[in-house]
Design a protein around this ligand. Structure first.
Ligand SMILES: C[S@@+](CC[C@H](N)C(=O)[O-])C[C@H]1O[C@@H](n2cnc3c(N)ncnc32)[C@H](O)[C@@H]1O
Ligand code: SF4
Length: 382
């Protein structure tokens, strides 16, 4: 059994890098095409200012409450943070107390030639999350990716040679015109590369993306269901344990950083558009930085703080925790939301009677996971 992050005191740090070589038509993340002349040193300065401001105003006190006195996980996400120079990452890490932390870098295989993996390792990165997406060159072109399948295969090899032994591959399924056989072929190829973790996301069409404006023809529901069932079986057979709706890991390799999110833990967020979540006494806050890199670089130190009201905490907690196959303890609900379990126990019992959730843990049953949206709806009213 995979136990979700049970240390309520644990704290994560998310660092956002808001540029990509080019924008993918399906992507609604805060990412902008990288223009010639973008000065990475200016962005590093903004990040350092951001970190120091948050560290001074609440980070230091919050870190002191952790069991380890350290930030337990750091995630460099994007955008394409593998465009960021390794020495810049190293400079930032110098200021962050991070002994023993899992430190992940998202890598777009199309940038594997830009910087050496050895240098990222020297900077302190110990986990790579490589955006493979598909191993079909035709699909990669449709998805507007800047890389081809061979570049992903060679990025994994180079990462291994550099000494990385904790690698995730992001794969998407339900791609335009994709057959069951094609989706499974992508998974087989991913498994063959022997990563420690696979994130297997169903492609969604997000509002305001290029795909929303000119929707591609996606597989029909019957094909999607077949892909999902066969894909889950394939991953299980290959020894990847599903621990979250879209996350599969070999034993001991669950993504610690994502476990912080899914268990409604606290994390600081620095970088353009980065979000954080911080508990201070009885209050829980979200932090947010300006999304536009230009505005962020002008002023990276004004934090927008929004309190998560008590009425909102239950649904936010459930939307995260119930994505974990094994959920969390009921005690963890009380610790993280600062609400008594009794505030949801009646709704919970009704869901237990419908066999949608477990009686002993804050977790769904297999049936409940299939109807997760309906389960969550019940907490909108709770
Ligand atoms: C923030 S992206 C960053 C990774 C990196 N920039 C890259 O694309 O290689 C993280 C992952 O989210 C997934 N993703 C992004 N948009 C998606 C969408 N519309 N539907 C499903 N998965 C998506 C992709 O698998 C992607 O690798
Ligand atoms: S490379 Fe990643 S973050 Fe950038 S646009 Fe594509 S999916 Fe989004």
């Amino acid at each position: 059994m995979i136990e979700a992050h049970s240390d309520t005191s644990a704290l994560g740090l998310y660092v956002h890098f808001p540029w990509c070589i080019k924008k993918c038509p399906y992507c609604d993340f805060n990412s902008h095409p990288l223009k010639a002349g973008t000065d990475q040193a200016v962005y590093l300065d903004a990040l350092l200012g951001d970190w120091r401001q948050q560290y001074g105003s609440f980070g230091k006190a919050r870190i002191a409450q952790t069991n380890t006195g350290q930030i337990e996980s750091i995630f460099f996400g994007g955008g394409t943070p593998s465009l960021f120079k390794p020495q810049h990452l190293a400079r930032l890490l110098e200021e962050v107390p991070h002994q023993g932390a899992e430190i992940t870098l998202e890598v777009n295989p199309g940038t594997a030639e830009y910087h050496r993996f050895e240098d990222y390792q020297d900077a302190g990165i110990n986990r790579l999350s490589i955006g493979a997406q598909s191993f079909s060159n035709a699909q990669l072109a449709r998805l507007g990716r800047v890389h081809q399948r061979d570049e992903t295969i060679s990025a994994v090899a180079k990462a291994r040679q550099a000494g990385f032994s904790n690698i995730n591959l992001d794969i998407m399924w339900g791609l335009p015109g994709q057959s069951v056989a094609e989706a499974l072929q992508d998974l087989r190829q991913a498994i063959q590369l022997q990563p420690q973790h696979i994130s297997w996301y169903q492609l969604t069409i997000e509002p305001k993306t290029e795909f929303a404006g000119r929707p591609p023809i996606l597989p029909v529901d019957r094909v999607l269901q077949e892909i999902e069932q066969a894909g889950l079986a394939l991953l299980a057979e290959a020894g990847f344990q599903r621990y979250e709706v879209s996350a599969f890991a070999r034993t001991g390799y669950q993504c610690q950083h994502n476990l912080v999110y899914w268990s409604f833990g606290d994390y600081m967020g620095i970088g353009a558009g980065a979000h954080g979540k911080i508990t201070q006494g009885p209050k829980i806050y979200r932090t947010q930085r300006p999304s536009q890199p230009r505005l962020y670089q002008q002023d990276s130190q004004t934090t927008k703080l929004t309190e998560i009201p008590q009425t909102q905490r239950t649904i936010e907690f459930m939307m995260n925790a119930l994505r974990l196959l094994d959920g969390v303890t009921q005690q963890s609900f009380a610790e993280r939301t600062q609400l008594p379990w009794q505030s949801v126990s009646q709704v919970w019992q009704e869901l237990v009677d419908l066999e949608l959730v477990r009686h002993d843990r804050c977790a769904t049953t297999a049936l409940g996971l299939r109807y997760l949206d309906s389960v969550l709806e019940r907490f909108l009213e709770a």
